[in-house]
Design a protein around this ligand. Structure first.
Ligand SMILES: N[C@@H](CCC(=O)N[C@@H](CS)C(=O)NCC(=O)O)C(=O)O
Length: 232
């Protein structure tokens, strides 16, 4: 059975949605990132990057959310799209992994978590997140899903982050992206979304954003010497 290393945050939620859609049996292994469990040696053996999600599929370990989606889609022949759309599938998956996800994450960080307000960083990451949203919105102008008529892991990957549009760009952010909003409402109506949202709700994860959590999530802020020198 798949062991699903989980925390209720955007990247793990993509895998939660896939597992719910595919109705695959799995066991949730909670990793409480606000307690620092992602840094424990046992978990580092699963994901050397110390982040969620990861899976152990009867001995095959896969980490990084979009890698997991691709692995499961290929293995089970589910939500992988048509062979002729493989190039598009890979392109959009990588766009989400390297663009939408990290820029959204940094936008949230600088608006909600950074120890000081840095207008430059907030502007940079919000604008970049907006630019990524606009690209997704344009792609959906004449398509039901990102690859056309087929619901694929691209939709699942995008959903994980668009579901967090409120902390990224604000509660009404999707009003400016009508195609993305239509798509998001359409995905949310899928029964698997409710099942995915239910995963891990029986587990109590730490929620206090105290110093333990800040040290766990942002250990670089507690390094003995913060980087001062600019690259020359
Ligand atoms: N590229 C990775 C990013 C994973 C990631 O940043 N996960 C977050 C949760 S959404 C995490 O584990 N944060 C805890 C930490 O950074 O210590 C993926 O797509 O899986």
């Amino acid at each position: 059975m798949i062991k699903f290393y989980f925390h209720p945050t955007p990247n793990p939620m993509k895998v939660a949605l896939f597992l719910a859609e595919a109705e695959l049996p799995f066991e949730v292994i909670p990793v409480d990132t606000m307690k620092g469990e992602q840094h424990e040696q046992a978990f580092r053996a699963i994901n050397p990057n110390g982040k969620l999600p990861a899976i152990d599929d009867d001995g095959t370990v896969v980490f990084d959310s979009n890698a997991i989606l691709l692995y499961l889609a290929d293995k089970h022949g589910l939500f992988a799209g048509r062979p002729e759309d493989r190039g598009a599938l890979l392109s959009w998956l990588m766009f989400i992994a390297s663009g939408l996800g990290p820029y959204s994450g940094q936008a949230v960080h600088f608006q909600r978590a950074a120890p000081e307000t840095v207008d430059y960083a907030i502007n940079r990451y919000r604008r970049e997140a907006e630019r990524h949203y606009a690209i997704l919105d344009a792609r959906l102008a004449d398509r039901t899903y990102f690859l056309g008529d087929d619901y694929t892991i691209v939709d699942i990957a995008a959903w994980g982050w668009i579901d967090r549009h409120t902390p990224v760009l604000g509660p009404d952010a999707l009003e400016a992206y009508p195609n993305l909003k239509r798509w998001f409402d359409h995905i949310n109506a899928r029964p698997a979304v409710a099942k995915a949202r239910d995963i891990g709700t029986d587990i109590t994860f730490k929620s206090e954003r105290d110093e333990v959590a800040m040290r766990a999530l942002f250990p670089q802020n507690y390094a003995e010497e913060l980087v001062e020198a600019k690259a020359s």
